[in-house]
Design a protein around this ligand. Structure first.
Ligand SMILES: NC(=O)CCC(=O)C(=O)O
Length: 286
């Protein structure tokens, strides 16, 4: 059965738009419009675009493509959310605020109003000699705030790409009552094959929540080649939907009963020994 014809289970339908991003902002916005409309027609109630969906991913592009909020991209996404009466997580865009740039995800509810704004908290600065060197902090500033929002289905937390490597962030969202983490992200051809799925399944099983990652489609001609493979992992830690590396919409019918079921069966959340961890952390090593 094609993933577009899945029956809708109890819960809601999530769509991850693994979109091919070009160098032309107008083309990207038009393409985002097409994909969102297709996902909405196929019954998606929560839709997410990938990291940097209006510009290629690369520090050389962020300044040129950056926009204020509200701006052209946010207005486009807000109108789409209202037109289809769905919630849209606008992947991320380079955001200009005063003299600083951020990697920012904007969320719009079915009324077209902004209901969340998350600025990437952990900037992607890595150096793997002969493979990949990337320094987001050359152009971007880090965000300082958590962003969760409430839908008629569940509370949803947002992280962006490299943020997934920091278990503390997802734990904070789980402790605030989120049952789903959505993480627009563009891993690469070096880290993607081993770390992309492993990290999201780890965050899902650690916190017994759904985790969804949304990548741009792979473009071998781009200066930064994205891994693709947008994925949904369940609170049990298994993969319930996964894309290849080309352009694709991934659909998942999220059954929220699964969160409570897994938490009841393996009650680690109430078995944590936080006081002990704090006193052990504070104690001097012998
Ligand atoms: N856009 C990013 O933050 C990329 C993160 C990444 O590839 C990783 O390995 O981490």
């Amino acid at each position: 059965m094609s993933s577009e014809n899945l029956p809708v289970a109890k819960g809601f339908r999530l769509a991850l738009l693994q979109m091919l991003v070009s160098r032309h902002k107008q083309e990207n916005l038009a393409h985002a419009r097409e994909l969102v409309s297709r996902a909405a027609q196929n019954g998606a109630q929560l839709v997410s675009l990938p990291e940097c969906f209006n510009c290629p991913y690369g520090t050389q592009y962020f300044g040129e493509y950056a926009e204020t909020v509200p701006g052209e991209t946010s207005t486009t996404i807000a109108a789409l959310a209202a037109e289809h009466r769905i919630t849209i997580i606008g992947g991320s865009i380079p955001e200009r605020s005063g003299d600083r740039l951020f990697n920012t995800s904007l969320v719009f509810g079915p009324d077209g109003k902004l209901c969340g704004k998350f600025r990437k908290m952990h900037l992607f600065d890595i150096d793997i000699p002969g493979k990949i060197t990337f320094k987001e902090s050359e152009t971007l500033s880090p965000g300082e705030e958590l962003t969760d929002f409430t839908t008629p289905f569940c509370k949803v937390g947002i992280a962006i790409c490299y943020d997934l490597r920091f278990p503390e962030l997802t734990r904070l969202y789980a402790d605030r009552g989120c049952h789903l983490l959505v993480c627009p992200g563009a891993f690469n051809m070096t880290t993607g094959p081993v770390h992309w799925e492993l990290l999201q399944r780890a965050r899902a099983v650690d916190n017994q929540m759904f985790v969804a990652t949304v990548s741009p489609a792979r473009d071998e001609t781009a200066s930064y080649v994205a891994w693709g493979h947008s994925t949904v992992s369940s609170p049990w830690g298994d993969v319930v939907a996964k894309a290849g590396h080309g352009e694709e919409i991934v659909y998942a019918d999220i059954d929220l009963n699964r969160v409570e079921e897994v938490r009841r069966q393996i009650p680690v959340r109430i078995q944590r020994r936080c006081e002990l961890y704090h006193s052990l952390a504070a104690a001097k090593p012998q």
